[in-house]
Write a protein that binds this ligand. Sequence first.
Ligand code: FES
Ligand code: FE2
Length: 383
Amino acid sequence: MSLHRHPDSPILDHCPETLPSWVYHDPAWHEKERRAIWAREWVYVGRRNDLARGSMRRIEVAGQSLVLCHDREGRLACFHNTCRHRGAELCSTAEQPLGKLITCKYHNWSYATDGRLVSTAYGTPTDDFRREDHGLFAVHVKDWNGFLFVCLAADAPDFAPDMGVRCLDNWPMAGLQTGHRMEKLLRCNWKIFWENYNECLHCPGVHPELCDMVPIYKQGIMATNEAEGWTPDAPRPQSNLKEGAVTWTATGQPCGPVFPGLSAEERTNGYNFVTIYPTMFIVAHVDHVRAVRLEPVGPEETRLVAEWFFAPETLAQPGFDAASVAAFATIVMSQDAEVAEMNQRGLHSDRYERGRLMPQEFDIHRFHQWLRTRMEAAGEVIG
Ligand code: FES
Ligand SMILES: [Fe+2]
């Protein structure tokens, strides 16, 4: 049986090969991806609202220790966690207060919060030493809707969420506060996570609760234009969610006031996904927002951090329980975690070299192209 496909449907007209299995567990390849992708792209590191003014935090991005600084004036900066004298680590605790200076504990060189070397303390340099040549190694930082991103590359690429940089303009993002957080170590490669995220063929079998909330997922597709026989003039459903539901909570009812500035479409969508490879995705609902971030820990280990954000007035409701709002998506993520780990284990078979994608897995195909392009730019061809 072949699929009847309208040319405007995103469904593929062929079944491309998957990536070969070794890219999901080979340590040498993982190191190449670290350099070509994680050390070059924008990586999400946390919310501005969760890093108090006058503090600095030690973070790790692409295997590099960095210090993320939020000074008393509200300026952000990020540096490699190394002193320009003899290379001592500048920040040895998870988070510490930040005053006017960043001072190395070893010989007390101190730097302004913009990275300039201000003092060499007891060391008295000769004329051949120029302070301006010994500022901290800066890393690009970006605040987008209160999400902080860093980029280790000398020339940062364009910041390009798949839905465009204005896509969250109607949400009061800067004022949202983190109400719930979940961390989970997945025993799978980071690409397995994205592949699973990018298709819904697994939804009918893996996500009963989600399929109940989003009826189209029962067909294994994400949107009507993927359906057999779809044409552009086919009617669009009023809402993606089941009747009466407006958001992803157990009951489908909002957990607090609905954000006032949303367009009719943003409201009726029920969920608005924003994907920012390779680091995170955001799901904006009418009453709260969720972000899920990935951090590769090793070729076969990925840390997942999910955060739920709410308006202060939602959090202030008597008896408000953010964990119960988070429970719905947490169930879905646990189901995804289980199949992602199952996928990873199966890739170790000596007989499995690579498989084929189905036409509905067009977003996985796009992800593979995204990956190939970046690896090829770094001189690495997957084949
Ligand atoms: S290594 Fe930092 S002051 Fe000497
Ligand atoms: Fe899933």
